[in-house]
Design a protein around this ligand. Structure first.
Ligand code: ADP
Ligand code: MG
Length: 479
């Protein structure tokens, strides 16, 4: 009966070496308040100077989403006071952002794609951080983050479910990682998301009253926060009430959203152009310099992987979502010459291990060379699926190279039919009761019963017998 309408404001911390208007370092994890200069603090008499690298990154993002790059952009002061913003205003872009309208393509759960329009993306500075959990009864302020460049990416209200919102956010994440303009680390706050949510009667063209859930910091929480908020709003409307436009916070422990204290809300920002910063004019040659530096982007890479490695659309989209994973896969596929097998292993065993150990592919102990060697030994029948798994585990624990592991653990697949026959004979003579049952059974029951004997032979051969050969020899010896 209701349709949800969602628009996201995504803040991406740009990975410039210095701040957006000063030379202070942006390195994460320094001693508190050692990386904030007089400019970051907005002391009287200082003059901010825009960081060209931040513009380059913003423009690359704009080009990647097929957006209009604005020739003239203006920095404005957004006025509000908060302890982590002692200078009383944040420098942002209001009426003239650097990046104008663009678009991204998301893939829905049913495999269909949908275009989401991006309204704009603008440059701004970050504020400091309030630290509530270190000093008893007091709040600490760390201003190291003050002046760190952010790109705020604003979507049109065109997302219609929490799943779509997450799919959109993942595309943005993937693009900024490919462009290498941010580490995109949501847990460390390098990428944060404000979720604007409203609901309206199905079929209505009018937008409902929205709420804005601030600073959600993981894909999972974005999905849960939006779902929870949609349900809350529908319940209000069902009860004949009205949704109040307000800023809310998501509490993951209680899985609920609640209004922020009104003190934290400042609705009249009294924007005005920053008198210390001139309008910035971007010429075509600067835009072209940025365009030349664009890497291959996720959509292009996906199409290439499908064509080059013969993998499915779905497999390609999983593999390219993360640039490092995509590179790893391509290395394994190229070295082994086995695209499909490489895709199966990377999406199966490798991703499972990364998830379980909570590792990034860059930290994964098995190199692309080692995995490629392993695939080679599967292809030449030295290993079967079971022993391949054993070798893979050994590679993870760092037991050496593929061939050394195969040799030391005696894992060479038994393909010599004579040797397999000997084991089969042993199993047959040790299980005379089962053999009699098998021979008495009808042929459709037999195929089920064969599994028992196969299991016994595999066990006796320590998993090394070639499964096809075992099946054949057993079937002929048992009749
Ligand atoms: P503000 O700057 O005051 O937050 P904007 O109009 O710029 O407001 O919108 C911010 C975000 O809210 C955008 O992503 C936009 O798509 C989204 N939005 C605006 N109206 C609605 C609505 N009624 N329901 C859901 N999202 C909305
Ligand atoms: Mg907003």
């Amino acid at each position: 009966m209701y349709e949800a309408v969602i628009g996201l404001e995504v803040h991406v911390q740009l990975s410039t070496a210095s701040k957006i208007f000063s030379g202070s370092s942006t390195a994460f994890g320094a001693e508190p308040n050692t990386q904030a200069s007089l400019i970051d603090l907005g002391m009287p008499g200082v003059l901010p100077v825009p960081n060209a690298k931040a513009f380059e990154m913003a423009i690359k993002f704009g080009l990647a989403i097929d957006a209009k790059i604005e020739q003239e952009s203006i920095f404005d002061r957004k006025n509000y006071f908060y302890p982590d913003l002692p200078k009383g205003y944040q420098i942002s872009q209001f009426e003239k952002p650097i990046v104008g309208p663009g678009r991204v393509t998301i893939t829905l759960d049913d495999g269909n794609t949908k275009t989401i329009n991006v309204t704009r993306a603008h440059l701004e500075e970050d504020a400091g951080k309030s630290i509530h959990d270190v000093f008893d009864g007091m709040t600490g302020i760390d201003l190291n983050r003050a002046g760190t460049p952010l790109l705020e990416i604003v979507s049109e209200p065109e997302l219609h479910s929490a799943r779509e919102a997450v799919a959109y956010l993942k595309v943005i994440h993937s693009i900024v990682r490919y462009l290498d303009i941010s580490d995109g680390n949501m847990a460390e706050g390098s990428m944060r998301c404000d979720c604007n949510v409203s609901v309206r009667p199905e079929g209505s063209e009018l937008l409902g009253t929205r709420t804005e859930i601030k600073n959600v910091n993981s894909f999972r929480f974005v999905e849960k926060a939006i779902d929870t908020e949609i349900h809350r709003q529908i319940e209000i409307l069902e009860d004949g009430g009205r949704v109040v436009q307000e800023t809310r916070l998501y509490d993951p422990d209680k899985d609920e959203t609640r209004p922020m204290r009104s003190k934290e809300e400042a609705n009249d920002y009294r924007y005005f152009p920053d008198p210390d910063l001139l309008p910035v004019f971007i010429d075509d040659s600067f835009i072209e310099t940025c365009r030349i530096k664009l890497p291959e982007l996720p959509d292009a890479r996906k199409a290439r992987y499908i064509a080059e490695y013969g993998i499915t659309d779905y497999d390609a989209s999983v593999l390219v979502a993360d640039r490092d994973l995509a590179d790893y896969f391509a290395e394994v596929a190229n070295m082994s010459g086995e695209g499909k097998l490489a895709a199966n292993w990377v999406m199966g065993s490798v991703l499972a291990e990364l998830n379980q150990a909570n590792l990034a592919i860059a930290e994964f102990p098995v190199s692309s060379r080692q995995l490629s060697d392993l695939l080679g030994r599967i292809k030449d029948d030295t290993l079967n699926s079971k022993t391949a798994k054993t070798v893979f585990e050994a590679l993870i624990t760092g037991d050496g190279e593929v061939d050394t592991i195969i040799e030391e653990q005696g894992l060479v697949q038994m393909t010599d039919t004579g040797a397999i026959e000997a084991v089969v004979d042993e199993v047959i003579s040790e299980n005379s009761h089962e053999v009699a049952n098998y021979r008495a059974a009808s042929s459709d029951k037999r195929s089920k019963m064969l599994g028992f004997f196969v299991g016994q032979v595999m066990k006796k051969s320590q998993g090394k017998a070639n499964p096809q050969a075992v099946n054949q020899i057993l079937a002929s010896k048992l009749t």
